[in-house]
Write a protein that binds this ligand. Structure first.
Ligand SMILES: Nc1ncnc2c1ncn2[C@@H]1O[C@H](COP(=O)(O)OP(=O)(O)OP(=O)(O)O)[C@@H](O)[C@H]1O
Length: 355
């Protein structure tokens, strides 16, 4: 569904002495198979949105190639746009019409008949729990409802590939959980392929079959959440021995399983691959050596541990402010190629990604 090779995006910002080049995307390869839900994870400013904008034809890459839904993003942007749904990070700019009318207009711009657009729109309103809001203006909707309306816009033409840029940013926990269910349904009920960006670890964990981690414009990992955690971080084992004289033995035994062991008082810590398999043997060994434990803790690694192991920084600490209106100059976007169905205020690739 998505095949990208060597994508590079360089932005030139500032003027005169302030002039500098920002390498937002720096040699990205991505492959997404049909039916996969892929989470694109990285801190602020890592290059997620820029990659997404290249894949949705909103930005022409400085270098590299990509095909999306079988079409080349550089030479067949119109076909790419017809094949995908896109919900941008900022959401749609709605025109002030009723939500239902916006959705129907949007469907018709994709070539649907009014009748089909109304039927599909109503079905999506039901499915995304927007029933009763057809004749409500989007500006009078809650954040969660607007986000769900964005998703209706992205799905009205039944795309088989959906791009979601930080779909739950700014929503309260309940609205997020609700939206997660709908995103999960996209695949199970519609068989759609989903590519979503997020900087929420729990979101990537909950939704994605596979997680692609980007940092400073480069892909640093790509695997299932479980495999990433198992391969990169390992489960954390913390032994609390009952007396100081047992510390050395506990450190040796845990050290035979874990590459790095740290000791703090009577606490001995190390990370082991698949703790469930090795901890019973470790406990037997310690028992046989006469080491008594006051407590043992085993914690599954988090995606933040994975990121820390991969980059030496915590995902949260790595959050860097994105270039904003602070003298960085105008965005270096290329003009968009002609689109057959320009649409006012809708979540199509034509309008949905203004940042
Ligand atoms: N139009 C632009 N002009 C100049 N620099 C840009 C532009 N768009 C993005 N950048 C810079 O490129 C880098 C990557 O930005 P991008 O928006 O792709 O990151 P991101 O991972 O999506 O971040 P976030 O999670 O904050 O959305 C950042 O340093 C950003 O400041």
């Amino acid at each position: 569904m998505i095949h990208a090779r060597g994508l590079v995006q360089t932005f030139h910002t500032g003027r005169g002495k302030e002039k500098k080049a920002v390498q937002a995307v720096d040699g990205v390869d991505i492959d997404v198979a049909e039916g996969e839900v892929v989470g694109f994870l990285g801190p602020n400013g890592a290059g997620k949105t820029t990659t997404l904008r290249i894949l949705t034809t909103l930005l022409r890459p400085t270098a590299g190639t990509a095909t999306v839904a079988g079409y080349d993003v550089a030479t067949q942007p119109v076909q790419v746009r017809r094949s995908i749904g896109y919900c941008s990070q900022v959401g749609s700019t709605f025109s002030g019409a009723y939500a239902g009318d916006e959705v129907v207009d949007h469907g018709m711009l994709y070539g649907m008949s009014r009748k089909d657009a109304v039927a599909k729109g109503q079905e999506l309103f039901d499915r995304l729990q927007l029933d009763g809001l057809w004749r409500r203006m989007p500006k009078n909707m809650s954040g969660g409802q607007k986000r769900r309306l964005d998703i209706v816009m992205g799905l009205i033409h039944s795309p088989s590939l959906v791009f979601l840029d930080e779909p739950t940013t700014g929503l309260d926990p309940q609205a997020r959980a609700n939206l997660w269910e709908h995103i999960a349904d996209l695949r199970t009920e519609q068989g759609a392929t989903v590519f979503l960006t997020t900087h929420y670890l729990d979101e990537a964990d909950a939704l994605a079959d596979r997680i692609v981690v980007i940092d400073r414009g480069r892909i640093v990992a790509s695997d299932t959440s479980d495999n990433l955690k198992a391969q990169v971080a390992g489960d954390l084992v913390v032994l609390e021995v009952s007396a100081d004289e047992h510390v050395a033995v506990a450190r040796d035994r845990l050290g035979s399983l874990a590459p790095d062991v740290t000791v703090e008082g009577r606490h001995v810590r190390g990370r082991v691959a698949r703790a469930g398999r090795v901890v019973p043997g470790l406990l037997r060994d310690l028992d046989a050596a006469g080491v008594a434990l006051d407590s043992i803790e085993v914690a599954r690694p988090t995606l933040d541990d994975v990121f820390l192991t991969l980059t030496g920084r915590s995902l949260r600490d790595a959050e860097a402010p994105a270039a904003g209106p602070d003298g960085d100059g105008p965005p270096a976007d290329v003009p968009l190629p002609a689109e057959p169905s320009p649409t006012p205020g809708a979540t199509s690739p034509t309008t949905g990604a203004a940042r």
